[in-house]
Design a protein around this ligand. Sequence first.
Ligand SMILES: Cc1cc2nc3c(=O)[nH]c(=O)nc-3n(C[C@H](O)[C@H](O)[C@H](O)COP(=O)(O)OP(=O)(O)OC[C@H]3O[C@@H](n4cnc5c(N)ncnc54)[C@H](O)[C@@H]3O)c2cc1C
Length: 420
Amino acid sequence: MSTVYTEVAVIGGGAAGMAAGLFSARAGARTLILERNEKLGRKLYITGKGRCNLTNDATLEEFLREVPEHPKFLYSALSFLSPQDTMRLVEDHGCPVKVERGRRVFPVSDKASDVTKAWQRALSEAGCEFRLNSRVTGISEEPEGGFRLTLPDGAVRAQCLVIATGGLSYPSTGSTGDGYAFAEQLRVPTQPRRPSLIPLLTADAWTGELQGLSLKNVRLTAARGKKTVYTELGEMLFTHDGISGPLALEMSCHLPQPLPDDLRVSIDLKPGLTDEQLRNRFQREIAEAGKRTLKTLMEALLPQRMGLLLLSVSGIDPAARLNQLTAAQRETLCGLLKAFPLAVFGTHPIAEAVVTRGGVDIRSLDPATMSVKGRDGLFFAGELIDVDAHTGGYNLQIAFSTGALAGHHAALRALASLNE
Ligand SMILES: Cc1cc2nc3c(=O)[nH]c(=O)nc-3n(C[C@H](O)[C@H](O)[C@H](O)COP(=O)(O)OP(=O)(O)OC[C@H]3O[C@@H](n4cnc5c(N)ncnc54)[C@H](O)[C@@H]3O)c2cc1C
């Protein structure tokens, strides 16, 4: 079995690995990407529902606001390769992009494959080598410096190493968590893995009855005691076993896991009205059309299925006339409209998450280079690191930026060690 030598080896040819390979090769180091799949960037193909929301045309400050934990860790990486740099990079390599709602960036063709092709063109142009169908199964540190990687058909020796093997979500794309084992084997601390951007499970008796119903312009709130953990306006979706859609997914990034027993989640179905304004609206409806049924009023206020469910939860007869409602019943209805409770008790499994939280502990990495502090030539990049963001193109950009920074510095370190 043969042993190949390279100055920089990159394990994983996803978003972070391709960026690492490109910026290492551009910095002048002989670079080899090792990818277990039959092609590079397999996960990219399924991103953005096949359209690949590759980045967000945000400023640095705006971007960091979308990163719930440790945003400052990304400052250098995003300065090294900004969203605008990424847009230019793919455009310069044959993939024009467009900016959509929320400054989400997509290829003009709406084809995720065009984004991967652009990165591949850039890799070829820079002279970066890659080997497909090459799963790294072990890493050891060489006594004289550098690393030895074990593959089924041989070994690779590298002066510097970038590990960019992704997280644990959608394992069919190749991200099966190998990098966590490598990190632990190399004595690099990691944080427990948890799903993020993930649909939530509810235990309400009516769960599933609203399946497929999307609510727009509502406010979703999660609280513990008096502390609000998350509150945001937007759109959400009921599923067969709970809630999903933009608000629910984003909320999942902010929840402690496992979910605590004192977590309270509610929907404000009328966020445009204060409690007072809602009560006045009821009074007005009663004064103007007291003979209308409650069901008719709810249908005017809410999507039909939501209105009927709210009445069923309130225990008030939908056929009751507005002028028959007691003050207590009006209060119950106003209360439910402003804070409809959801018994959220868990999340879907990590394999179904858009991203994996946890992973390589950021405290063990130098944010200016992505290298492991106090260790020579060892770098991490992408989703494998304990940093993640909301939806909107931010997660791919984090992978591109951390990968680019790691690749660049791995190359500089490898080239410097040649002269030592
Ligand atoms: C359904 C879905 C949709 C998404 N949509 C978007 C979106 O539109 N915009 C956005 O910003 N983010 C999106 N994301 C998140 C985004 O895809 C990830 O954050 C990003 O791909 C992480 O890049 P990465 O390079 O760190 O990991 P990955 O893309 O997972 O790449 C890791 C690579 O390493 C390889 N590998 C693993 N182990 C080994 C090994 N031992 N040897 C060799 N190779 C190995 C894998 O095969 C894989 O190719 C989405 C995620 C999902 C699941």
